[in-house]
Design a protein. Structure first.
Length: 118
């Protein structure tokens, strides 16, 4: 079994564990822009000691590049607040942002957002 076999995806409007990536659809090359990643945007996640989002990872996978760049890990748990992080990102070329979140009870969840350059 590969790690990708256990990573789950879903529509964030119907599933509380999916990370939601909020940022512009287009950005200027090498110009910083804000990216907010949250879990529980439409359906609140409990975020208790017993059931919480431990961390969110953010990556970028550039178009026509075999490598994926890890932009950061943001550790939350266990906490009783909402798992939300805002970071400044600057891209060198068109790519896809990938967010992973980890729930201590329900495992890994992923979402993606393609970013075009102006």
């Amino acid at each position: 079994m590969k790690l990708g076999d256990v990573v789950r995806t879903a529509d964030f409007k119907a599933e509380k564990h999916v990370p939601v990536i909020e940022c512009p659809d287009k950005a200027a090359m090498n110009v910083p822009f804000n990216v907010t990643v949250s879990v529980g945007k439409e359906i609140s996640h409990p975020n208790t000691t017993e059931h919480h989002i431990k961390w969110i990872d953010l990556y970028v996978h550039y178009e026509n590049d075999p490598n994926t760049v890890h932009l950061g890990r943001y550790d939350f748990g266990p906490v009783v607040s909402d798992p939300v992080v805002t970071v400044k990102v600057k891209l060198q070329k068109k790519g896809t942002l990938i967010a992973l979140s980890y729930c201590n009870l329900h495992g890994l969840w992923e979402s993606r957002k393609e970013i075009n350059l102006e």
